[in-house]
Write a protein that binds this ligand. Structure first.
Ligand code: ADP
Length: 183
């Protein structure tokens, strides 16, 4: 499913983000940038040790990445040239702080991509795996954040395309419904 926000197409698809041929992919990382399970583990496995090496440098330089912020490494052996590592909130029952951190994780990733001149990037569903954020709620926050960014902070076609890659069919359907509610 596709939508256009500002001048930028957003496409939802089901698949494995490590196989994306975008310029950058976003990783749902943890604050220590230490790698882990889920999409984080898959990205480090597919990209090889170069990503962890650069994550260690960032950790030594600035102590990791707080929730809601984003940092960037190269993509190692991935088809994507860069990985933007962002940290979502751990679900704690639905306080607004968690919603804000999730929104901020998307916005920080997009701002970093824009600042580095990246024009084509792919997102996974941040915080909805090990971090336990309900997918329906996360989908609304994620897509609203991307829409807001593309219409207000990148309205002149600064990006060629944004892909949103959902791992399961169920998540894909949930995000589709959320996008239909937004366009
Ligand atoms: P978090 O700790 O932020 O919850 P997870 O990696 O546990 O991150 O889960 C985030 C989402 O990433 C989940 O919906 C999970 O199904 C999905 N996911 C796991 N592996 C991949 C992959 N290779 N490509 C895209 N999404 C993936």
């Amino acid at each position: 499913m596709k939508a256009v926000f500002g001048k930028t197409p957003l496409e939802l698809m089901q698949g494995d983000i490590t196989q994306q041929e975008t310029e950058a992919i976003v990783n749902a990382a943890n604050s220590g940038l230490l790698g882990g399970g889920g999409v984080d583990g898959a990205i480090h496995r597919a990209g090889g040790p170069e990503i962890a090496r650069e994550c260690a440098e960032i950790r030594h330089r600035q102590g990791g990445c707080p929730p809601g912020q984003a940092v960037m490494t190269t993509g190692g052996k991935l088809k994507a040239r860069y990985v933007i590592h962002t940290v979502g909130p751990i679900w704690n029952g639905g306080d607004e702080g968690g919603d804000e951190i999730l929104r901020s994780a998307y916005l920080s990733s997009l701002r970093l991509a824009k600042a580095r001149g990246i024009r084509f990037l792919a997102f996974p569903s941040i915080s909805t795996g090990a971090y336990g954020f309900p997918v329906e709620r996360a989908a609304k926050i994620a897509l609203q954040a991307i829409k807001d960014f593309l219409t207000t902070e990148a309205p002149r076609g600064e990006f060629d395309k944004i892909n949103f890659v959902l791992f399961s069919e169920r998540d894909f359907e949930t995000y589709k419904k959320a996008l239909q509610g937004l366009v």
